[in-house]
Design a protein around this ligand. Structure first.
Ligand code: NAD
Length: 347
């Protein structure tokens, strides 16, 4: 079992990672567990002790202020105190709403995150960003609030539906391409199925992503130093793809499409060499996904623009776009929105 500790502004975040990590969770009395409806039985059987539970809607539909209010009402009605604990048990949507509720209740109570999708294990449950969608814009409302404890039980990966594993691969490819050449080499040297069939390799894969993300988070917790922004590679266009599809495509799939489009834009505008673009394409093909942008576009390319201009990283005229300088080496470019508009309109 791997134990990692990070010092962040609210104190320490402890991560327990490995096969059966959930059994390390103790002292659940005085806790409220937040989980999607479909995971209630799984939460009840995996978590031991007496605790209260609240069900939330499935997936992106749950990322609304209403869900946060429902959780807060349950905390108020149940008489939970500042010393109580909120636990999210689910994918990234559950940790996004539970984290926001934990940060608001009594100005912040203890928060534990138990990711149950591959995407949440390697990304969403880490780093303290939470949020809900508002007026059609992804993650428009939210806070920074790091969990005090994150339990990454890698044994869940073998049991989760295949689409949830596939959806995590987008973020894994992102770490490999933008900041972790060693992970890139590991992925290219192994077939994903053979990694996931092997507990040790699965643990290595997930722990590598966890350390990649947490190292950046501990250097730039509030996304102000220009370091954490590199984790947004693929997300500017990726969030727009999700918006155009009205969130019907998975986040990881959108990130794959976003990386392909950003790379294509960058290569066409002198911001990336062809070798790096081909490196990304080779990885995506090796992981079993298409590199044709049409396979990721839920509507017209021009529709992406309105989502890109409302992106949190944009100013009135430009946007910060993190890109690989070469595989495993990041850089952050400031690009004119007009050049993105030209790219989307003229292809
Ligand atoms: N805050 C962050 O830093 C951050 C980072 C990346 C992504 N996100 C967010 O995460 C969200 C996507 O999260 P996700 O991909 O984990 O999906 P999800 O939370 O939407 O879950 C997808 C579906 O799978 C179900 N599910 C979860 N675990 C399961 C399991 N083990 N077995 C069977 N069903 C299971 C869920 O109930 C849900 O119906 C997006 O909203 C994205 O914006 C947040």
């Amino acid at each position: 079992m791997l134990k990692l500790t990070y010092r962040l502004s609210r104190g320490t975040t402890r991560i327990t990672l490995g096969n059966g990590a959930i059994s390390s969770l103790k002292g659940l009395e005085d806790s409220l567990v937040v989980c999607p409806r479909s995971l209630r039985n799984m939460a009840s059987s995996r978590l031991h002790g007496s605790f209260e539970i609240i069900e939330i809607p499935e997936g992106e539909e749950s990322k609304a202020l209403d869900t946060v209010v429902t959780i807060l009402d349950k905390l108020v009605d149940g008489g939970f105190k500042r010393t109580s604990r909120l636990i999210s048990f689910g994918g990234g949507t559950a940790s996004d709403v539970a984290g926001l509720a934990a940060s608001l209740y009594l100005r912040g109570i203890s928060y534990t995150s138990i990711p149950t999708t591959l995407l949440a294990m390697v990304d969403a449950a880490l780093g303290g960003k939470n949020g809900v969608n508002y007026r059609g814009v992804k993650n428009m409302l939210g806070t920074f609030y790091s969990p005090s404890e994150i339990i990454v039980d890698t044994s869940l990966v073998g049991e989760m539906p295949h689409n949830l594993v596939e959806d995590g691969i987008g973020e894994i490819a992102k770490y490999a391409t933008i900041m972790d050449g060693e992970l890139y080499g590991f992925l290219m040297a192994n077939q994903m199925d053979s990694i996931l069939d092997d507990a040790e390799k699965t643990e290595y894969l997930i722990s590598r992503c966890v350390s990649d993300k947490m190292d950046l988070v501990s250097q730039d917790e509030f996304d102000l130093e220009g370091k954490r922004v590199i984790l947004n590679f693929g997300h500017t266009f990726g969030h727009a793809l999700e918006g155009v599809s009205e969130f019907s495509i998975g986040h990881g799939h959108a990130v794959l499409g976003g990386m392909l489009l950003e790379t294509d834009y960058a290569a066409g505008n002198g911001l990336m060499n062809l070798e790096t673009k081909e490196g990304l394409h080779a990885l995506i093909r090796h992981l079993g996904f298409s590199t044709r942008e049409e396979d990721y576009l839920p509507g017209l390319r021009t529709e992406l623009l309105k989502y890109i201009t409302s992106d949190k990283k944009s100013t009135r005229h430009s946007i910060r776009l993190p890109l690989p300088e070469e595989i495993g080496i990041p850089k952050v470019c400031e690009v004119e929105l007009s050049s993105i508009s030209d790219y989307l309109g003229h292809h």
